[in-house]
Write a protein that binds this ligand. Structure first.
Ligand code: C5P
Length: 223
């Protein structure tokens, strides 16, 4: 498969999700939200009463995940798991935390590998994750590693959350982010790290527009 891929990796809150969505829309390319697959595996485990340390059962769940991604008119993607709409459910903090636990298991990652690669179709794919440039699409024509300080990422999450959860605490969010970073960066399989040939962008004091422009410039630069 020689489809053009832009691989975007980075920690949670680095702005990856937003940038990838805008990038895919701008280029008219497909979008892979790989984190959603780990979130869906975690949610399916919850639904089926599978414990998060039952590696064999989790591997089976990941391999047979019955999921569909349906693009909506408004540009959002509706996510359906086993016939149930879970678009918003998979975004909650508990599912995110569970996702980073199942994502540390090698057999689960392997089970999701071909499903991720199947997203690569002409005219191109924007792939959002933690190991897009290092493991899933090592041949990507452009690899981006987005980062921002943990404090800035916590602030961003806090601003998103506060309208929905008036009781949200910045300190709690910051410690969750640090715990998630620790799990994602220090796990044995496919840890979060920049590919050696990745373009690294620190977005701490950049606007979304600036980040998008920088990535588009890199993409055009490479043809
Ligand atoms: O990006 P998102 O927050 O949706 O990802 C949820 C979790 O899934 C991450 O914290 C990480 O542990 C895991 N993940 C991963 N590899 C990816 C994408 C996500 O390990 N490519």
């Amino acid at each position: 498969n020689d489809t053009a891929v832009i691989a975007v990796d980075g920690p949670s809150g680095s702005g990856k999700g937003t940038i990838c969505r805008l990038l895919a829309r701008e280029l008219n390319w497909h979008l892979l939200d790989s984190g959603a697959l780990y979130r869906l595996t975690a949610l399916a485990a919850r639904h089926h009463g599978v414990e998060l340390d039952d590696v064999e059962a989790l591997e089976v769940l990941a391999a047979h995940l019955d999921v569909s991604f349906k693009p909506q008119e408004d540009g959002e993607t509706q996510v359906v798991l086993e016939g149930e709409e879970v678009t918003h459910t998979i975004r909650n903090e508990r599912v995110g935390k569970d996702a980073s636990v199942v994502a540390a298991l090698g057999p689960v990652r392997d089970a999701l590998l071909s499903r991720q690669r199947d997203f690569a179709h002409a005219p191109g794919l924007v792939a959002d994750g933690r190991d897009m440039g290092t493991v899933v699409f090592p041949e990507a024509k452009l690899k981006i590693y987005l980062d921002a300080s943990a404090e800035e990422r916590a602030q961003r999450r806090y601003k998103q959350l506060i309208s929905k959860e008036p009781g949200a605490s910045l300190d709690d969010i910051l410690s969750d982010i640090k715990a998630r970073d620790d799990r994602d960066m220090n796990r044995a399989v496919a840890p979060l790290k920049p590919a050696p040939d990745a373009v690294r962008l620190d977005t701490t004091s950049m606007s979304i527009e600036d980040v998008l422009q920088s990535v588009l410039d890199e993409a055009r630069h490479r043809g």
